[in-house]
Design a protein around this ligand. Structure first.
Ligand SMILES: [Zn+2]
Length: 369
């Protein structure tokens, strides 16, 4: 599936020639482990560099990465249930303890897709990253639409206005800090976009193109929503290789998956734990099987694994356990390392492909382009 270019000039010209067709995105990727030889890290600008809350990082140091999580809304939970902790300091300490366990289990980087409209606290993310030893990538973007209560929303309800906001968070910093976003997250509820969702998606496309950061969308996969998102993204001239449709495993439809990966898009498989509950379809086994079938079809380089955790909720006290477990898988952010990956290996996914999915794909995706 991958073509290693002989040199960078060729690569860039090749991309320029073919990107509008989506072909380059579908087939161009440096072979795993060959990026230095291919000159990826020598590209002018920021290629090979990921943007974390603690500053730029050589993307080869991202390591095992969870690509769709929610840590930054932790303080939002603290604000809603203040009596459960002694205060912010105690909450932060508890968060760090929990994140250290995740780090010790082999997770190296967490990509946080909590946007400003759902309680993103960038200082919290920075502090827990620094003290837990986990790399964190913060996002700009919006969940579903700009909330009316925020000052930022009214002048931003145009494609240009929102794109400017996103670019500002990517290039200057978030909420008055110099902490920069390394990814754009856009939430779209259903297959048929509302007018505001379309504004958000087009704004994310323009901000992504202007800055080189990738885009991840909340996608209603069961309704094949990625297909309608793709129409808009392609109308904006976005390179599909810079886009991941997250929550894709909520569909069990290989025809839908293969259509998107052949066009060059990636699929975030981050709800696999939900399939354990009879309330959610498809089943855990079917979600895992689709990952295996995609790997077998040659698309290991188009898959991401994560757990879409609600970290703050997972810290709620013991007495809320029953409710808490409805939002947090039993192993939390370690579900993939403890359950899913061993199962994938059991059904025949190789260590090499697991490495591609969990380490190499994030390395290329989160490198600024
Ligand atoms: Zn999410």
């Amino acid at each position: 599936m991958r073509i290693a270019p002989s040199n960078m000039t060729n690569r860039r010209e090749f991309l320029k020639r073919t990107v509008s067709t989506g072909i380059a995105a579908a087939i161009f990727r440096p072979v795993a482990g060959a990026s230095e030889a291919a000159g990826v890290n020598a590209l002018p600008g920021h290629a090979g560099i990921a943007r974390t809350v603690l500053g730029p990082l050589d993307a080869s140091k991202l390591g095992f990465t969870l690509t769709h999580e929610h840590i930054a809304d932790g303080p939002d939970v603290l604000n809603r249930w203040p009596k459960s902790w002694g205060g912010r300091a105690e909450f932060v300490a508890k968060s760090i303890d929990k994140l250290k366990v995740v780090r010790a289990a082999g997770v190296s980087t967490i990509v946080d897709l909590t946007t400003y409209d759902v309680g993103r606290d960038i200082r919290f993310l920075e502090e827990v990253s620094r003290k837990s030893g986990l790399n964190m990538v913060a996002c700009t973007g919006q969940r579903f639409f700009p909330p009316k209560s925020r000052d930022v929303s009214m002048p931003s309800r145009t494609i240009t206005g929102l794109a400017e906001l996103f670019i500002k968070e990517i290039e200057q910093g978030i909420d008055g800090t110099t902490i920069k976003a390394g990814v754009i997250k856009i939430g779209i509820i259903t297959k048929d976009l509302t007018a505001l969702e379309e504004i958000g998606l087009r704004a994310s496309a323009r901000a992504g193109k202007a800055t080189g950061v990738p885009i991840r969308t909340h996608t209603a996969a069961a309704h094949r929503a990625g297909e309608s998102h793709a129409v808009i993204l392609e109308d904006e001239g976005v390179n599909p290789a810079r886009v991941s449709f997250d929550h894709s495993d909520d569909s069990g439809d290989m025809d839908y998956f293969l259509g998107l990966v052949r066009r060059g898009y990636s699929l975030g498989m981050d709800h696999v734990h939900r399939g354990i509950s009879p309330d959610f379809k498809p089943s855990f086994e079917r979600r895992a099987e689709c990952i295996k079938l995609l790997v077998d079809a040659g698309f290991a380089d188009k898959i991401f694994l994560s757990t879409d955790s609600e970290f703050g909720g997972s810290l709620l006290p013991e007495e809320t356990k029953e409710w808490r477990e409805t939002i947090d898988p039993p192993d939390g952010m370690l579900f993939n390392t403890r359950k899913l990956i061993p199962y994938l290996k059991q059904i025949g996914v190789s260590d090499h492909n697991i490495h591609t999915i969990t380490v190499e794909n994030p390395r290329y995706f989160f490198s600024l382009s």
